[in-house]
Design a protein around this ligand. Structure first.
Ligand code: GTP
Ligand code: MG
Ligand code: NA
Length: 338
């Protein structure tokens, strides 16, 4: 019902995995952007955030003719680096999310940072879906752009299918060695016990409808309580950045609650929000672009905050909001413990 949807916040989905498995490229494919091609060395070195409104997800999943009724306003997706030196950022990303996508390259199988990511997810008991990416690289693959995976598999030759099945079986065995039951999502009869694998291609868009639908259905089915909107602000700093014309800003993920222009906030410093900015929907916050300015923003969102004194802010710490009944000194104490 519409009433219910007002009370649910957008789920936060973190995308994780070994370097170059195609995490950013998958997001580019959904967004219709070219973020990956603009990265130095093709390597992600920061946490990113992109908001996908429900309408875009509905559009992208319509060929599946499933009930893609979205009760959530959208999906906030957090991109993380796969390079081994960014363990702290993977940890931070996985700590923010409600659900994750673990990306595995079908040609490589499980790799060191796949296993590291897996262990972070296990530690926090975070639900996740496996995207078995780069299926288009299978020899003689016939691409059908943006197709649900079932329809494109039907078009492949016996040899391609046999190679596909061989690689899927190998990956399932590798996950088993990590103590995890996995299965292709359309064969998975025990979601929750057995983790689902969605074959995808970030180049052809194949399997992306399936991935989006599964994400939304699964979060709505199992996380309603966790996704019920709460007024208590939960907000983490991703980056501290100087932006021409704005001075030092912070990029934050607002997990819960509402932020208003003028709110008094406490991080390592006490200041007031001068401007609340977001990139446009389907745009990456870590890429310089046009911002939308807001009087208030409801979670979940990736937000750029402009305020005085933000050069003292620290990535990875929380931001607290001083409410009318709050004692500033108490909140400063809480912030110090971060
Ligand atoms: P890091 O963020 O640096 O860990 O990498 P990533 O996982 O975000 O991978 P990225 O998106 O940078 O892609 C790595 C390379 O793989 C790029 O050259 C992409 O074009 C290519 N690639 C990604 N996905 C696919 C795919 O589905 N098929 C093919 N053929 N190439 C892909
Ligand atoms: Mg990347
Ligand atoms: Na990369």
């Amino acid at each position: 019902s519409p009433k219910q949807s007002e009370d649910l916040r957008s789920p936060i989905c973190c995308i994780m995995g070994h370097v170059d498995t195609g995490k950013t490229k998958l997001l580019d494919c959904i967004r219709g952007t070219n973020v990956q091609e603009g990265e130095a060395g093709g390597i992600t070195q920061q946490i990113g955030a992109t908001y996908f409104p429900a309408a875009n997800i509905r559009e992208r999943t319509k060929e599946l003719k499933a009930d893609a009724t979205l009760k959530v306003p959208g999906l906030l997706v957090i991109d993380t680096p796969g390079h081994e030196s960014f363990t702290n950022l993977r940890s931070r990303g996985s700590g923010l999310c409600d659900i994750a996508i673990l990306v595995v390259d079908i040609m490589h199988g499980l790799e060191p940072q796949t296993i590291e990511s897996l262990n972070l997810l296990k530690m926090r008991k975070t639900e996740f879906i496996i995207a078995l990416n780069k299926v288009d690289r299978l020899y003689d693959w016939k691409a059908r752009r943006n197709s649900p995976i079932g329809m494109t598999l039907k078009k492949q030759t016996k040899d391609v299918l046999s190679e596909f099945n061989r690689r899927v079986t190998h990956v399932i065995t590798q996950f088993k060695e990590q103590g995890l039951n996995t299965e292709l999502y359309y064969k998975n009869k025990e979601m929750g016990e057995t983790f689902s694998i969605v074959p995808t291609s970030a180049v052809t868009g194949e399997g992306i409808p399936d991935l989006l639908l599964l994400l939304v259905q699964w979060t709505q089915k199992t996380m309603v309580e966790k996704l019920t909107f709460s007024d208590e602000v939960q907000c983490t700093v991703l980056e501290v950045k100087v932006i021409e014309g704005l001075g030092t800003t912070i990029d934050v993920v607002l997990v819960n609650g509402v932020l208003h222009e003028g709110d008094q906030i406490v991080g390592p410093i006490v200041t007031s929000i001068r401007a609340l900015l977001t990139p446009h929907p389907m745009k990456e916050i870590r890429v310089k672009g046009a911002y939308m300015q807001h009087k208030e923003i409801k979670a979940a969102q990736g937000i750029k905050i402009a305020a005085q004194g933000l050069e003292h802010a620290i990535a990875g710490t929380s931001i607290y909001v001083v409410g009318p009944d709050d004692d500033l000194e108490d909140i400063k104490e809480a912030a110090k413990e971060d």
